[in-house]
Design a protein around this ligand. Structure first.
Ligand SMILES: [Zn+2]
Length: 229
């Protein structure tokens, strides 16, 4: 992409470049969601809950996992949280602000809180979860009170892409187990709605300056010595 950018020397080239960037980004999203769907089906086949999560930084997969609740006999082992733990350990940082999380179904409220505290910058998910979702049911993922009141801990809400490839997710899970997933659909626990996205809101100059300073302050003070302010 950098080489393409350097060659874009006129407005026409830049428009073309923007279209190419969107296409490349969309292609990458599709690639990651397809991988996530395959992982979730494998999870179901292995008698685990059929959910999976992948965390990327740029085009690199930092961590991926299925749910581990059934196998580990531990309700805290949701795929998203397992991935966040693994990524933080691998990157040796509790801040994942430059990372994107892909999940086949909307994260629950518990996982959404972990996403907000680890400051994940973008979340892409397939099916919506009107009963348990941390975005549809309880507004944790897009809540601004957290970041306004505790900016030393929380970033503003991530960019959210909901309903991404939802039909593909639903079909894959129906193919995996028509009875189980058919019952889940009938109960309205997960639904395949149309895609929509929530961009990060525009920030004032003061907010942008503060946001630019915060990563340094978090790295040197808040994240190292506790969040006591
Ligand atoms: Zn969860």
């Amino acid at each position: 992409m950098i080489q393409i950018k350097m060659r874009a020397s006129c407005a026409g080239d830049l428009k073309l470049l923007n279209r190419m960037e969107c296409k490349i980004s969309d292609n990458f999203d599709r690639q990651m969601m397809s991988r996530c769907i395959a992982l979730s089906v494998k999870s179901g086949i292995e008698r685990e809950y059929p959910y999976a999560a992948i965390l990327c930084r740029g085009s690199e997969v930092i961590a991926e996992s299925t749910n581990k609740v059934a196998h580990d006999h531990d309700v805290t082992r949701h795929a998203e949280v397992v991935v966040i733990c693994e990524a933080q350990r691998r990157l040796r940082s509790i801040s994942l602000s430059d990372c994107v999380m892909y999940v086949n179904a909307e994260p629950c409220v518990y996982c959404c809180y972990a996403m907000r505290e680890s400051r994940i910058g973008r979340v892409v998910y397939g099916l919506r979860s009107p009963q348990m979702g941390g975005n549809s049911r309880w507004n944790v993922l897009a809540d601004e009170v957290l970041s306004n009141k505790l900016p030393e801990v929380f970033d503003p809400p991530p960019e959210i892409v909901a309903g991404f490839m939802a039909s593909e997710v639903e079909q894959a899970l129906l193919n995996w187990n028509p009875f189980v997933w058919g019952t889940i659909i009938k109960r309205g626990l997960f639904v395949a709605g149309p895609p929509d996205s929530l961009k990060r809101r525009h920030q004032s100059l003061a907010e942008r300056v503060t946001r630019a300073l915060l990563p340094f302050l978090r790295r040197t003070v808040f994240d190292r010595f506790g969040r006591w302010i």
